[in-house]
Each structure stands twice: as C-alpha cells, then as structure tokens.
Design a protein around this ligand. Structure first.
Ligand code: SF4
Length: 264
C-alpha cells in the first residue's frame, strides 16, 4: 500500500479517531494501516458497483473545470451549469478572455451560481494567478506545476480553500490530491470511520495515506461519495435501506436499526 503523505500513527489525526476502529466482518485484523486501506477499498468497490464510473469532472477544458470549481462553492451543480453556459456563449472560457471582461459584466453572467459578486472577484484572482504563471488557454501552464506547488499557489488565491484547490489539482491538473467535502465527512462519521469534524488536512492526509496515489481512483472515489450523498446519504434521513454499503458492520447503530431484513 503506497503512502503518499500525511498522517502517521500517533499523529493528531489518528489520535482523534480516524484510524482507531476495530477490525470487522470478514476483514483480517491486520495492522491498522492495512486495515484502513481495506475498509476504504470495500466502500469504494460497493459504491462503484452501484453507481458505476462517473467520469468527473463535467467540463470541456481544464480551465472550465477550474471555473466550475469556484462557481460550485455553496450552490448546486445545475446552477453552475447555467453560469458556465453564459460564459461559454460569451466566449469567456479562457483566462485571457476572462481577464479582459469587467468584474460587473462577469458577475452578471455568473449570477445563476449565487454569491456572484464574490465569485466574480475570485475568478478574476484565479485568472491573475494563472496568467502570472505562464500562458493560459484552455489548459493553463500553471497546471503543469508539481502537485504541492500547484496546491500552494491555488491556496494563495483569495476565496480558494482546500476543497476548491484539491478539486482543481485533481480534476483540472490530473494530479492525485484527495478532495474532502461535507458528503465525505458525513459518510465517514456514519460509518464509524471518523467523528466528521476533524480538520480538512487530517481527513485528506488519511485518505492519501491509505490509498494508492492514483488519479483515476481519487477521481472516482470523490465522485462516488458525492453520488451516494445525493442519492442515498442525505443530511436528515439517509436511505440506508437501498444503499450499497448498508451491511457495513460499522454503520451507525441507529441507522442500522432502520434497515429491514431482506425477505429470504
Ligand atoms: S445511506 Fe446509510 S449506508 Fe449509505 S452511506 Fe449513508 S449512512 Fe451509509
């Protein structure tokens, strides 16, 4: 099992409970690290079996993916699609074109995504970073930076937090950085894998410590967690009955009790 970076046993993340689970079911009680990897692969396999390959991120070009990662903050994807459609119609889906448009015009075009004035400023700041590092175009040169350098540069942009930065690193630059979001936290906490309120960096490092640094795997895993979150694992009443990982022995007891046994 390859280790990329991040949490080691005894680190803050593990002390908070990210890896302090008992072995369960048919899994061998191997060392903690191997077992964590097995748990993650079990969940991945089940979600993949149900939802199939999702082939994220929907976007015509890496720059469009970057734009989408900013626009999707605090809104549903359908709203992002409308905003991106407006940008496409106006030929603004390259950094050079976006740099040349006034903030208020940009804000009006992305209005469907909400917080449009703030997001227009964020997009302009992102464009400034992109163009400051070399040619833009549909695949900006900045995406060729090494993973951590790219991530640090993105995190330096006002309004780009770790989730947005990792989405760009993974889905626009095709580099293996795991994306953590509210769906990830909810699933982990409901399956006894974390409390759910651990720092972003701890959860990301934990995934990356126990999965191969594989872009395709990280890409699908995050997409599958989001699909499960949308379709099964809502915030209030999760539909565990029809969920592909409802036989996980670590599923929250109160949720497990809602599952009716299948007729024999
Ligand atoms: S719906 Fe239930 S079984 Fe499925 S991921 Fe959520 S908590 Fe787990």
């Amino acid at each position: 099992m390859g280790r990329v970076s991040g949490a080691k046993e005894g680190s803050a993340g593990f002390k908070r409970g990210l890896l302090s689970w008992p072995p369960v079911g048919s899994l061998e009680p191997l060392s903690g690290e191997l077992w964590a990897g097995q748990r993650l692969r079990f969940i991945y396999g089940r979600l993949l079996g149900r939802f199939g390959r999702l082939n994220w991120w929907p976007g015509e070009s890496p720059f469009e993916v970057m734009v989408g990662a900013v626009l999707t903050q605090n809104t549903a994807w359908r709203n992002v699609e409308k905003a991106i459609g407006n940008l496409a119609k106006n030929g603004l889906l390259t950094p050079e074109a976006m740099a040349g448009v006034k903030d208020e015009v940009l804000a009006e075009l992305i209005r469907p995504s909400g917080y449009f004035n703030v997001k227009a400023r964020r997009l302009k700041a992102l464009v400034e970073l992109v163009l400051g590092k070399g040619p833009g175009g549909e695949r900006p040169e900045i995406l060729d930076l090494p993973l951590e350098e790219l991530r640090a540069a993105l995190l330096g942009v006002t309004g780009v937090g770790p989730e947005t930065a990792d989405s760009i690193v993974l889905y626009a630059a095709n580099k293996p950085s795991f994306v953590v979001d509210a769906y990830t936290r909810r699933l982990l906490s409901r399956h006894g894998l974390a409390k759910g309120d651990e720092p972003y960096a701890d959860i990301r490092a934990w995934f990356m410590a126990h999965l191969e640094p594989d872009v395709g795997l990280f890409n699908e895993y995050h997409a599958l967690i989001v699909a499960a979150g949308h379709q099964k694992c809502g915030p209030k009443r999760p539909d565990c009955q029809s969920c592909p990982i409802n036989d996980d022995p670590l599923l929250d007891k109160s949720l497990a009790e809602t599952i009716k046994p299948k007729p024999v």
